[in-house]
Design a protein around this ligand. Structure first.
Ligand SMILES: CC[C@@H](C(=O)O)C(=O)SCCNC(=O)CCNC(=O)[C@H](O)C(C)(C)COP(=O)(O)OP(=O)(O)OC[C@H]1O[C@@H](n2cnc3c(N)ncnc32)[C@H](O)[C@@H]1OP(=O)(O)O
Ligand SMILES: [Co+2]
Length: 139
């Protein structure tokens, strides 16, 4: 089931401040604009790396799923890791059959494909996102 590492999700109280940090401290040169994903409750922006992406997420709205994380980690930090899968429904059903807690229904993520989340209690304390590989992805 598990495929390529797609991105590492990093929660931040300010995407603008984080982008400044990645540019100034680490010399990041390829950074997308930020945009809102109201249905996911986050603002999002990508720092592009040669082999992956850092996904910066900032809360959007009162019910953002990352408010709790930022309350515990006010400066932000590593929030989730995302692996690609071929078929999100097959992945979801396989996980549920093994007793894992899948959070919510598959929904469209920042790459335009379906995503799900596996609760950190089932993944050794790590929140795992699975996303369907974009059809135009180069391998
Ligand atoms: C940009 C769009 C999209 C993409 O395309 O890539 C995204 O990535 S969106 C990213 C944001 N969305 C989500 O995270 C959705 C799924 N997450 C959730 O449903 C919730 O965040 C959660 C995982 C259920 C946690 O909810 P919360 O209310 O914050 O916490 P609880 O009080 O229920 O915590 C239970 C337990 O889990 C620990 N926890 C919380 N967040 C994390 C985390 N990111 N990584 C590891 N552990 C986490 C929390 O500390 C609690 O632990 P205990 O106190 O030991 O019980
Ligand atoms: Co993500």
């Amino acid at each position: 089931m598990i495929g390529k590492l797609n991105h590492v999700g990093v929660a931040t109280p300010s995407i603008d401040e984080s982008v400044k940090m990645y540019r100034e401290l680490l010399g990041a040169t390829s950074v997308t604009d930020k945009w809102a994903m109201p249905e996911q409750g986050v603002w999002v922006c990508f720092v592009n790396l040669p082999n992956s992406q850092i996904e910066l997420i900032e809360p959007y709205g009162e019910t953002s799923p990352i408010h709790g994380f930022l309350a515990k980690n006010p400066k932000g930090g590593q929030h989730h890791i995302c692996f690609e899968v071929e078929n999100i429904y097959e992945a979801r059903d396989a996980l549920v059959a093994k007793g894992a807690t899948v959070l919510g229904e598959p929904r469209i993520g920042a790459h335009g494909t379906l995503i799900i989340f596996v609760h950190p209690k089932d993944m050794g304390g790590l929140l795992v996102e699975l996303m369907e590989t974009p059809k135009d992805a180069h391998h």
